[in-house]
Design a binder for this molecule. Sequence first.
Ligand code: NAD
Ligand code: WQD
Length: 338
Amino acid sequence: MKTILVTGGAGYIGSHTVVELLNAGYEVVIVDNLVNSNLAVLGRIETICGKRPSFVNADVRDGAALAEVFSEYDIDAVIHFAGLKAVGESVEQPLRYYENNVYGSLALSQAMADAGVFKLVFSSSATVYGPDAAVPYEETMALGQPSSPYGASKAMAERVLADLCVSDSRWSIVALRYFNPIGAHASGLIGEDPQGIPNNLMPFIARVAVGKLAELAVFGDDYDTPDGTCLRDYLHVVDLAEGHCKSLLALATPGLHAFNLGAGHGVSVLDMVKAFEAVTGQSVPYKIAPRRSGDLPAFWANADKAKAELDWVAARSLEEMMADTWRWQSGNPDGYAS
Ligand code: NAD
Ligand code: WQD
């Protein structure tokens, strides 16, 4: 049986991926410092899967702690989610972001090499294409100049990982460039649990619907898009989690392999609000607000490569994304603290 080390496995995408890995028969060891997650997720995962992942409370920047993990467990491959992800915060605290996301990836890679583990799946982002890329984004496009330290940290980490593959042919690394993951596990037991006021659209809508926030601010309705609001490529987090399981198979081939994981089309902010209201029957009051600095009008994935090479598509509908978000939010109005 194969054992996968999942850094950041207590977080939003990580926890959903741990569920899919356990259900597929993998052993899972999570390393997470809980900076943006809650230990309660482990019991929820156990309820869903009937199995509990191993858990180590450690920071990926701590080489000694990682060395201990690699000596205690016989790790076959690593999925590296651990990192900070708030774009606005990264503008205010660039050093913290580069240290966590770039140095954290370096320290992890070093610990892997020391332990003789050369298979890695890395959480990258559509933001690595930068603001000037033509849509839809394709993996053949060069990495761009992301406008935030968060985005730059992901592009830098990808460059380092590409250099590692050039330096030593034992490395096989998959960089998964996520578009906009939303939704929750169909059980309603695990989901996205942002601290404080959410930065992202879907959790904000869910908090308005559950009565925790008064109204949504729609950031700009004067973009050059069909209804004037921005278009994004939303995909169900369980589809994304399945993509990670499938990408483990691509680790059989040495080198760096980048894949877009997205649905392949854009949905506007107002259409997201309408879809949520139609599926859940809840009303989401909103007002039109000024544009948010740094937002791009529209981007979505060309996800043909993931289909051809990983046999992966974002199969779940927008309606499922909305229904599952609402099941999680209404059943856990205060997230894992509920
Ligand atoms: P999340 O914050 O829910 O999960 C990240 C996890 O990593 C958390 O449990 C956190 O406690 C942990 N962590 C952070 N820094 C750590 C460190 N130094 N050592 C150990 N653990 C650490 O975020 P998420 O949405 O699940 O995102 C997972 C990954 O995917 C991140 O790398 C993120 O940048 C990337 N990503 C996310 C999105 C998105 O929209 N959610 C999109 C593209 C890429
Ligand atoms: C979606 C749309 C907003 C909140 C970010 C990161 C990206 C990736 C995913 C990690 C935009 C609008 C939002 C609100 C709104 N993360 N919006 N009111 O900005 O596409 O991507 O998360 O890699 O790197 O940049 O996602 O959910 O913040 O915004 O009108 O309160 O919703 O303007 O058009 P975004 P988002």
